[in-house]
Structures are given as C-alpha cells and as structure tokens.
Design a protein around this ligand. Sequence first.
Ligand code: HEM
Length: 230
Amino acid sequence: MVVTTRTRSPIRSNVGLKAVMAVTGILLVLFLIAHMLGNLKVFTGAMSFNHYAEWLRELGAPLLPSAGFLWIQRVGLLAAVLLHIGAATVLALRARAARPVRYAHRKKVRGSYAARTMRWGGVIILLFVVYHILDLTTGTLNPIGDPSRPYANVVADFAPARWYVTLFYTLAIVALGFHLRHGVFSALRSLGQQTPRGEQRARAVALVFAVALCAGYLLVPFAVLTGLVS
Ligand code: HEM
C-alpha cells in the first residue's frame, strides 16, 4: 500500500496548534463578516454610515467607556492575529524539520500551492492591515483623515484620481480571498467527513464563502471609483 507524505502529514501534525489556528481563524472570520456588512452601510448614505461608526464607538455604554468595545475588539484581534501567525510559524518549522530530504525544499515549496499562497498571502494581508489602519482608522494616510467623518474618508480614499489605492485594496482583498479559501477549506475538512465527497463539499463551501466576502469588500471601493457612492 502506498501512503503519501501529504496524506499522513495532517495526522502527524500538532493537534493543539491546529486548534489554535482554527479558533483564531474563526474569530478573524467573524470580524471580517461583521466588518464587510458594516462597510456596506456606505450605500445607505453619509449620515447613516457615520452614525453606524458612532454607534460602534458607543457600543456597550454605559457599562463601557467611549470606544471601550473597539478597544476590546482591537486587543482581541491583535491576540488572535499573533496566535494565528505564531501557530502557523511553529507548524511550518516543524513540517520543514520533519522533511527527510532537506535539499528538496525548493521543489516541495513550489509543489505546495496552498502553503505558498498562505504564507505570502498572510504577509500581504498583514501589510495591508497596517496601511488600512493608518488610512481609515487614524486617518494619517487619508486625504481627509477625519476620524469623525468615516464616509468622507472612504469617498476621498477611492476617488478616481487615487485609482492606485483601489488597485492596492483590490490586490490585498484578492490575497485575503485566497487565504480564506484555503483556511476555510482546511477547517471544514478537519471538522467534516474525511471522504472525497466531504472534501469536495468543503472546497465548494470555502470557494463560495471567499468569493462572497471578497465581492462584499470590493463593492465599496468600486462604487466610489465609478461614482455610485460620492
Ligand atoms: C474595501 C474594503 C474596506 C473598507 C471600505 C474598510 C473600511 C474601514 C473603515 C471606514 C474603518 C474605520 C472605522 C472607524 O474607525 O469608524 C476600518 C477599520 C478597520 N478595518 Fe477596514 N475596510 C475594508 C477592508 C478591510 C479588510 C479586508 C480588513 C482586514 C483584513 C479590514 C480591517 C480593519 C481593521 C482591523 C480596522 C480597525 C478597526 C478599529 O478601529 O479597531 N478592513 N475599515
């Protein structure tokens, strides 16, 4: 009987670290869904969008101080991202150390499409988030940059003259889509039926989810670029 390394590796890998990746991944996905839906409120107009941003700041009052919820979310997201990257790094290093033929490394990496896109996709997403926070949270890199006017910031950001910003967002969101497709597929495959049929279903669900999320995010910059939102 021939058992390939690829079939065996998930069983050999550290279950605890995979669980950390899955739990933090789920938390990040929940944020991404909520954030995407919130962004779509831009289609309801400036007042409604700004009011939504204000509501986020006051969420949990009077129990929490102003922006208390946002800070809890920030700490939670940061912890989730750090744990997600930490677990991924340890798993990758262990997988590399477990490889019997080290000099075949390049060939293996090239052959492993998912692993390669996950690593570089993760780096692109991380760089994007840093830029994005300086752009739309602090306003440092935004032409308007007034945290109390998020609608105006978004419209200024994706103005046709700043097409390169839309291009950068698009590339980052597509990278996010690839990352999510593989991440969601891996999680569903671990949780669901480990049969060819189950795997096929997991692949389809992950693809539909990634495409829907990407489309939801991309609607906003393209609506501004085309003048639908102004
Ligand atoms: C075109 C797509 C996107 C738009 C229009 C958008 C819009 C915004 C806006 C307006 C804010 C500031 C909210 C406020 O301070 O009231 C924000 C914050 C943020 N966004 Fe996005 N976003 C997009 C995509 C993304 C993506 C793909 C991610 C993650 C990969 C992301 C992660 C964040 C984070 C972490 C914050 C900071 C939240 C905080 O203040 O704690 N965004 N976004």
